[in-house]
Write a protein that binds this ligand. Structure first.
Ligand code: 5RP
Length: 227
């Protein structure tokens, strides 16, 4: 494995966080994809690991590689979830949702005893919003009205790709909110949740137990111990 690729190095280091046997939350994105490849390798080697995927893309990958999966309903007892992030602040709060999967990712995160985030060093910042806008999953019904309300907290942009609106796995839309540098991520998260039509935000406040930063050397940051 090429551990000079920071994402790959982080994915590989995350294997140390797994139990010998158990239920693993499978994140979404290019770094989580590398991790799922490694989980499949462990399963082939005889480890009894069962996954809960956070997106249809991660489900398809895990299924194709022979990783057994739990159903979509739960309730799950997830030992560890390993997922990526788009931005990580000094307190290990996160912005997620670059892959439009943050609602399922947040549900799985909350069902996990331990959450491990795998990133490359470019994702680190002092405060959230320095590098990334906040993805917000929004119901299609009345979404322009929802966007107008989001405008009280920054500048929302409807996410499109190749001229079409991006849809989440649930068929909803994504607005990326430029809220500038975010002084209080928990307060912004609460304010956004109060807007009718908002399904979920990409703000993950105090939801990472460990952040593994790929690179030479690989760094392991623990919430509370980060400085
Ligand atoms: C998907 C996510 C991803 O974890 C995030 O976008 C990071 O992706 P990558 O590892 O490709 O940089 O939140 O919704």
């Amino acid at each position: 494995m090429d551990v000079t690729d920071p994402k790959r190095a982080a994915a590989l280091a995350a294997l140390q966080e797994l139990p010998e046997h158990g239920v693993i939350g499978l994140g979404t994105g290019s770094t989580a994809k590398l991790f799922i490849d490694e989980v499949a390798r462990l399963v082939r080697a005889g480890r009894r690991l069962v996954g809960v995927p956070t997106s249809e893309a991660s489900r398809a990958q895990a299924e194709a590689l022979g990783v057994p999966l739990l159903d979509d309903v739960g309730p799950w007892e997830i030992d560890v979830t390993v997922d990526g992030a788009d931005e990580v602040d000094a307190a290990l709060n996160l912005i997620k949702g670059g892959g439009a999967a943050h609602t399922r990712e947040k549900i799985v995160n909350h069902a996990s005893r331990k959450n491990v985030i795998v990133v490359d060093p470019a994702k680190l910042s002092r405060r959230l919003g320095e590098k990334w806008h906040v993805p917000i999953e929004v119901l299609p019904f009345g979404h322009a009205s929802t966007a107008r309300a989001l405008g009280a907290h920054g500048t929302p942009s409807l996410r499109t790709r190749e001229g079409a609106n991006v849809r989440t796995d649930a068929g909803n839309l994504i607005y990326d909110l430029n809220a500038g540098v975010i002084a209080d991520p928990a307060a912004l998260d609460a304010a956004l949740h109060a807007i009718p039509g908002v399904v979920e935000t990409g703000l993950f406040v105090a939801r990472a137990d460990v952040v593994i930063v790929g690179g030479l050397p690989v760094r392991r940051l623990e919430r509370g111990a980060a400085g």
